[in-house]
Design a protein around this ligand. Sequence first.
Ligand SMILES: NC(=O)c1ccc[n+]([C@@H]2O[C@H](COP(=O)([O-])OP(=O)(O)OC[C@H]3O[C@@H](n4cnc5c(N)ncnc54)[C@H](OP(=O)(O)O)[C@@H]3O)[C@@H](O)[C@H]2O)c1
Length: 166
Amino acid sequence: MIIAAKSDNNVIGKDGGLPWHMPADLDFFARQIQGCYLLSGRKSFESAQGEEIFRNKSFVIVTRQKDYRVKEGKVAHSVEEGIAVAEADGAGRLCILGGGEIYRQALSVADKLIITEVHTEVEDGDAFFPDVDPRIWKEYKRENHSKDKANPYDFSFVFYIRVPSA
Ligand SMILES: NC(=O)c1ccc[n+]([C@@H]2O[C@H](COP(=O)([O-])OP(=O)(O)OC[C@H]3O[C@@H](n4cnc5c(N)ncnc54)[C@H](OP(=O)(O)O)[C@@H]3O)[C@@H](O)[C@H]2O)c1
């Protein structure tokens, strides 16, 4: 499963962090990854959100650096190797957390997408979610929410499943 939050123009990141502060999405994210074995790119792992997310979780970090080490987690040198490491570790449900580079490579092997659409256009983003091809991904659930005091943009939680045989 891939989980991501993206703007209407597919931005997921800016200057190494998230382009917004949306506590409702952080709560949703925390619920969705409960019980998951986590896979992340090295840059997202080292970003400000990383520390809290990975605490007390089993996880694998993908990097090209041969000597990279993480406390309490595993390291792999490709997305495929990361998935194999998770499987060898007995992962039940694997959650792929990004960022942009990892999403691009993992989209072809994922079975499910959980996307928070943050309804704004981010002009100066530098990390992106790939296009979700409707011939490959079937939307099966959508929850729309309005902005409020704490969450500055309208947002939607959208669930996709891979079209059989796609
Ligand atoms: N909105 C969201 O849902 C969301 C989720 C996650 C992250 N983000 C944001 O996305 C941004 C980070 O994304 P990003 O695309 O810059 O980086 P990223 O995907 O998190 O990490 C990229 C790094 O992963 C490693 N990597 C990628 N492909 C590899 C491969 N085939 N083999 C081995 N290693 C590989 C490399 O690490 P080395 O450089 O160590 O070799 C590469 O520099 C941040 O702004 C973050 O806040 C947003």
